[in-house]
Write a protein that binds this ligand. Structure first.
Ligand SMILES: [Zn+2]
Length: 334
């Protein structure tokens, strides 16, 4: 599975645009036959992930756009009692608006939500080398660790950008040893719905005032997430003969803020109730051997399957072709 490259600069302000409004929450009654399971929601690329190329917006407008949706996302998670964790790229802080970007994170902490380190620059072990990569992780905590201490929290969790953990055993060992020595735990991913792809198309639609396209994206995203959940649960059945406690990778986007109510209602209908990352990680599945070595990133169910020599279902749902095309047009670097 591919994980989109994420540009380091992520800021901004479309709040003036009139939208169709967030997708409305439907009944949250679980499907009578839905098996119950736990899921932790993890929000990457904090303080925000937004389409880079928004020519009609100034830097301050972009930040206003982000401030608006991140406040709504933060409040929505708290309102629904979702103990989410956000993973921070401190390299996204930019001269001139860094204080506003940091405020997104302090509001998040003040709301009782958790934060983890996602490296400083969102680079990979292959790009930086193992030593450069751990330096980048250390650089990523210079603001984060004291800020978390200020809120009475300790920095524990680390998420690998693109889920890339190293292509050689030596690289992996260097990184893992460094993380353990510095008190980190790695946050795996066992559910994912390519939300970055839908989200950047969504930013593009909003920038162009295309409310019909925005509504189409919200609808397709929820449908796709549901299909992906089914696929991950099938993979879990194959590997563990049960639902594990899942860890869902999401991103700090306008799309997730706008669909949050409907998204959480969809999870409930699937029989999934949200838990903290720490709670999900108590599942013994996360102690399964992972000997995955690759320059590519992938989720942990695929890693465990490969480690055990098992084939997981090949029919992993793919994002709609029209949105794939739009994504590659508006973000051609990826
Ligand atoms: Zn990321």
């Amino acid at each position: 599975m591919s994980f989109a490259s994420v540009s380091a600069v992520c800021i901004a302000a479309l709040t003036a645009l009139t939208l169709g409004g967030p997708a409305s929450a439907k009944s949250a009654t679980p499907h009578p036959h839905a098996h119950q399971a736990e899921v932790a929601l993890t929000i990457d690329d904090m303080p925000a992930l937004m389409l880079d190329d928004t020519p009609s917006m100034t830097l301050r407008q972009r930040q206003a756009y982000i401030d608006d949706y991140m406040q709504r996302l933060t409040r929505g998670l708290v309102r629904h009692h979702v103990h989410a964790i956000g993973f921070v790229n401190a390299g996204k802080f930019e001269a001139g608006i860094a204080s506003q970007q940091k405020r997104v994170l302090t509001r998040w902490l003040a709301a009782g939500l958790d934060l983890g380190n996602h490296t400083y620059s969102h680079e990979t072990p292959e790009t930086l080398g193992a030593k450069g990569y751990v330096q980048d992780i250390a650089h990523g905590e210079t603001w984060l660790r004291p800020m978390m201490a200020h809120y009475g929290r300790s920095l524990t969790w680390f998420r690998h950008p693109y889920l890339k953990t190293g292509a050689t055993a030596q690289t992996r060992a260097t990184i893992e040893n460094w993380l353990a020595k510095h008190g980190y735990r790695v946050a795996p991913v066992t559910m994912d719905a390519d939300d970055w792809l839908f989200a950047e198309c969504y930013d593009h639609a909003l920038e162009h005032g295309d409310t019909a396209l925005a509504a189409h994206i919200r609808h397709d995203y929820l449908q796709f997430a549901r299909a992906r959940i089914t696929w991950f649960r099938q993979a879990s059945q194959l590997l563990f003969h049960r639902d594990i406690s899942y860890i869902f990778l999401m991103h700090a986007t306008r799309l997730n803020a706008d669909v949050l109510d409907a998204y959480l209602a969809m999870l409930k209908r699937q029989g999934l109730h949200t838990v903290s990352l720490e709670r999900a990680m108590r599942d013994r599945a996360y102690r399964s051997p992972d000997r995955f070595l690759s320059a590519k990133g992938t989720d942990w169910l695929s890693r465990w399957a490969q480690t055990r020599g098992i084939d997981i279902p090949k029919d992993e749902p793919e994002a709609p072709a029209d949105l794939e095309r739009l994504y590659h047009r508006i973000d051609p670097d990826t």
